[in-house]
Ligand binder design. Structure first.
Ligand code: DGL
Length: 265
């Protein structure tokens, strides 16, 4: 059934990483309206405590609700691992979370060894470690918390530089050495680094992320609740940081002109 629920889909991350999820959402649901919030004053989320993450992400969700969002996509593994239950208990619209794709990675692996790259906070979160126990109990899992990658992307939009290559070798190198045949990209910034990660690990290791699965879950909820739209197509971008910098980097990553506005939360 065609409907015209024009209310936007709210999407957020600490920074530009969430754009990798926004891309998948728009690809699957091009006729929806979107609001994207980058909470860049607080990037990196991956070095914050649970309390800080709950507090900051609730502000973002309240903003998205105030903009009449019909659903929120937390396009951030770190925020999801630490704050999703807290947010769902306080926000009255559905929230779709992003979690590292452990289960699909286990299904893909033949070697019995998988790698997980995520932020330092995600890598040590009980949420991720429970996912690993639940789905990858019989596998060897190389779980790496990566410092610094998201900062470089957020600050410069650079997807290749000597420093980036050094960091990626440091984090992805040991995963390859351990014999992994699948690497979970457990931070939404990392899909933008796929070509560089590939250069380090070669073409036989699969790189999996959860972008497409999140888009599908979001679409399923909108169908179930009869809240789809078939006449939208705009995305409004906001950042709690510098809108000029965000717009520049987002335009590079999305390969189209983005103009963001500043918000104080
Ligand atoms: N992109 C986010 C994630 O998926 C967080 C990056 C950060 O701010 O540390 O975890």
């Amino acid at each position: 059934m065609d409907t015209h629920d024009n209310r936007p889909i709210g999407v957020f991350d600490s920074g530009v990483g969430g754009l990798s999820v926004l891309k998948e959402l728009i690809e699957l649901m091009p006729k929806e309206n979107y609001i994207f919030v980058a909470d860049q004053i607080n990037v990196p989320y991956g070095e914050k405590t649970k309390k800080e993450l709950e507090k900051e992400t609730l502000k973002v969700c309240n903003f998205l609700v105030s903009k009449n969002s019909k659903i929120i996509v937390a396009a951030c593994n770190t925020a999801t691992c630490y704050a999703i239950d807290f947010l769902r208990a306080r926000v009255k619209i559905p929230i779709v979370g992003t979690t590292p794709a452990i289960k699909p990675a286990v299904a893909e692996s033949k070697s019995g060894v998988i790698g997980v790259m995520s932020t330092p906070a995600t890598s040590k979160s009980p949420y991720l470690n429970n996912l690993i126990k639940e789905h990858a109990g019989s596998m060897k899992v190389i779980n790496i918390g990566c410092y610094g990658l998201e900062d470089i992307i957020d600050e410069t939009g650079m997807l290749d530089s000597p420093e980036l290559r050094r960091l990626l070798s440091k984090y992805a190198g040991p995963i390859k050495k351990a014999g992994a045949d699948v690497i979970v990209l457990g931070c939404t910034h990392y899909p933008f680094l796929k070509p560089q990660i590939r250069k380090i690990v070669g073409k036989h290791i699969k790189l999996v992320d959860s972008g497409k699965a999140i888009a599908k879950s979001t679409s399923a909820i909108l169908h179930e609740t009869n809240a789809i739209n078939d006449s939208g197509r705009k995305t409004d971008f906001y950042t709690t940081g510098d809108p000029k910098q965000f717009s520049k980097v987002a335009s590079i990553l999305l390969k189209k002109r983005v103009e963001a506005r500043h918000i104080e939360l």
